[in-house]
Design a protein around this ligand. Structure first.
Ligand SMILES: [Zn+2]
Length: 334
């Protein structure tokens, strides 16, 4: 496949009051702050280095072939917002799984076209890891496809997405896919999907939101982490259950033979993800410390900065420490 040759159809994003309400409460709002932060920070944040052969590339993202039949989408939204999160394509003899529905229909169309071109067939499975707009709003492109894929998600993700739309004027485009979806049970359970000579495990987790899925491909082991894992960017704690987030990441990121596809940022090995684990632990330490002293999260966060030993983390807004400390305060107050 030549770079930049995948065609997309037109599908204007919907900026109704409803979509605004939804975006304001999700990772898309968090990431869209990057555009206000200025081009230098934006370029630095999304300049994650390429590790594998790039089979398709656009200003908003690139597809890297990480194994035979496995491609990772690394979102690099520097001038376009068609994709705001990472994702991927996993192909077997009998089926093609796409991970994440993407932010805009144009981004989803691009990934559908890439799947068809790379595998010779349209996506048969679609996994939505969590409800945030940057992962879910392109679902309309899959819903209107002549043979829509089977959606894999959870009841909680569907309900959180629906709740986030309340008060608006219109339905979320593509929401009809929930009616025929395979709903994976609550956190702790696992669904095995056989794509034909290619086994994929979908693990039900929680931490970034009350319901997060991760997707694991066997042999070679590739883990699509959803937004439980961020690489190089300070994570969004807006909906987080921080102790679970830390626990899940500790469990997920320990395999030296695995390749990790974070929700945002470049591909990484377990060793390369150790600074992220250290960051989660450090934020937890500082937030718990403040809580025990009775210091309000907003006050503690205003005085806080990450120790330089943790390396450089892109923050699109100085308020993100506060978001993290408040999430800890919420959990510890319960
Ligand atoms: Zn998210």
């Amino acid at each position: 496949m030549r770079k930049g040759k995948i065609q997309t159809s037109t599908d204007s994003p919907l900026y109704s009051r409803r979509s605004f309400l939804h975006q304001a409460s999700s990772c898309s709002a968090y990431l869209l702050a990057a555009f206000a932060a200025g081009p230098t920070l934006l370029r630095r944040a999304f300049a994650a280095s390429q590790k594998y052969d790039v089979v398709a590339s656009e200003p908003f993202g690139r597809l890297e072939q990480v194994a035979d039949g496995v491609w990772a989408l690394i979102s690099t939204p520097q001038s376009g917002r068609e994709t705001l999160s990472n994702g991927g394509i996993v192909a077997g003899r009998d089926g093609v799984m796409v991970i994440e529905a993407q932010y805009m229909g144009e981004g989803a169309d691009w990934l559908i076209a890439a799947a068809e071109e790379l595998t010779g067939r349209p996506p048969t499975h679609l996994v939505l890891t969590h409800y945030h707009a940057d992962h879910s709003w392109g679902m309309s492109a899959y819903a209107r496809h002549k043979e829509p894929p089977v959606l894999y998600t959870t009841h909680q993700t569907r309900d959180l997405l629906t709740a986030s739309l309340e008060g608006g004027e219109r339905e979320m485009p593509g929401a009809e896919m929930f009616a025929s979806a395979t709903m994976i049970s609550a956190a702790g359970s696992q669904e095995r999907v056989d794509l034909g000579g290619r086994a994929v495990h979908i693990d039900s987790r929680a931490g970034h939101t009350p319901s997060d899925l991760s997707i694991e491909v066997d042999d070679p082991r590739v883990v699509f982490c959803g937004d439980l894992v961020w690489n190089g960017m300070f994570p969004n704690y807006m909906d987080a259950i921080p102790s679970r987030l830390t626990r899940q990441c500790r469990a997920m990121l320990g395999d030296p033979s695995a390749l990790y596809v974070p929700g945002h940022g470049g591909l990484a090995t377990a060793e390369e993800m150790q600074p992220y684990l250290a960051l989660l632990e450090e934020i937890g330490r500082a937030a718990r410390d403040a809580f025990e002293k009775g210091t309000p999260a907003s006050e503690a966060a205003a005085e806080y900065s990450l120790p330089s030993s943790l390396g450089e983390w892109t923050m699109f807004s100085p308020s993100y420490y506060q978001v993290a400390f408040e999430a800890w305060e919420r959990e510890l107050s319960q």
